[in-house]
Design a protein around this ligand. Structure first.
Ligand code: NAP
Length: 249
């Protein structure tokens, strides 16, 4: 049976390719996007490729928008099989400086900028998950996948042989560490249910988020999320993975 999958921030980048991957295999994909023209255009592009895609207006920082999205999904589909919390930002709007990692130093980042990042990457993730949980509980065995990042791994950031040793910053990495813990807490709450909750890292992927400096394509970056969204009853919950396997917290 076709599954219903909601992907937040699916109008471009990794989220768009997660939608394409899930849509080409098993799901009707709901393109969660805050901008109506961008969201509709993305859904249209996927439909032209044979994917059953529908735009759902969704700003993860706006509780009314998230509630309206949940209501629309309930009215049109009655339940939700897959939630991919993919929407994310690395810098506050207008904070062009922050594209330069040298300007990411903890002592140089404004609290306003860090708060804006947390609004999307942490509080947005929680807002969407809580709003969708009643619909996910109605599915036979729902999956929640949170797109976080290895830069949020405490183990890797303290490993001097890791590429993340040289990244010293507050907003983005700390938000992804929090999103990892949020993943674990939902997994524990839902431990005795068929719902599985995992975090994934796409790897360094060329998208608008990093000025297209990543070395993976968005299609490659989408692979881990697609895999975890489709795990069976014996699959993990409360884990952190990239395309190659488990990652350290
Ligand atoms: P991207 O191309 O910039 O896409 C980000 C998406 O999030 C866009 O669709 C954007 O929508 C959406 N978004 C931002 N704020 C939102 C909000 N308030 N409400 C709803 N949607 C919102 O970046 P990406 O690289 O594909 O990032 C996707 C996820 O992967 C993020 O969580 C990111 O942290 C994670 N990640 C990326 C990399 C990488 O190397 N690229 C590595 C590790 C993890 P608009 O178009 O409206 O702005």
């Amino acid at each position: 049976m076709t599954k219903i999958a909601l992907i937040t921030g699916a109008n471009k980048g990794i989220g768009f390719e997660i939608a394409r991957g899930l849509g080409s295999s098993v799901a009707t994909v709901l393109i969660g996007a805050r901008d109506a023209p961008r969201g509709s255009a993305a859904a249209q592009r996927l439909r032209a490729d044979g994917v059953d895609a529908v735009h759902i207006p969704l700003d993860v920082t706006d509780e009314a928008s998230v509630a309206a999205a949940a209501k629309q999904i309930e009215q049109e589909y009655g339940h939700l099989d897959i939630l991919v919390n993919n929407a994310g930002i690395a810098r506050a709007d207008g904070d062009e400086r922050a594209l330069d990692p040298a300007a990411w130093a903890p002592s140089g980042q404004s609290v306003a900028s860090i708060r804006a990042i947390f609004d999307v990457n942490v509080f947005g993730l929680i807002t969407v998950t809580n709003a969708m949980l009643p619909l996910l509980r109605r599915a036979e065995a729902a999956r929640i996948v949170n797109v976080t990042s290895e830069v949020g791994s405490l183990a890797l950031t303290l490993d001097q042989t890791s590429p993340y040793w040289s990244l010293i910053s507050l907003g983005y990495p700390v938000s992804k560490t929090a999103a990892n813990m949020v993943t674990v807490e939902y997994a524990k709450e839902l431990w005795e249910t068929p719902i599985k909750v995992n975090a994934v890292c796409p790897g360094y992927t060329a998208t608008d988020l990093n000025g297209h400096s990543g070395f993976k394509t968005p299609e490659e970056g989408a692979k881990a999320a697609i895999r975890l969204a489709l795990i069976g009853p014996d699959g993990p919950t409360g884990g952190f993975f990239n395309e190659a396997g488990a990652l350290p917290w």
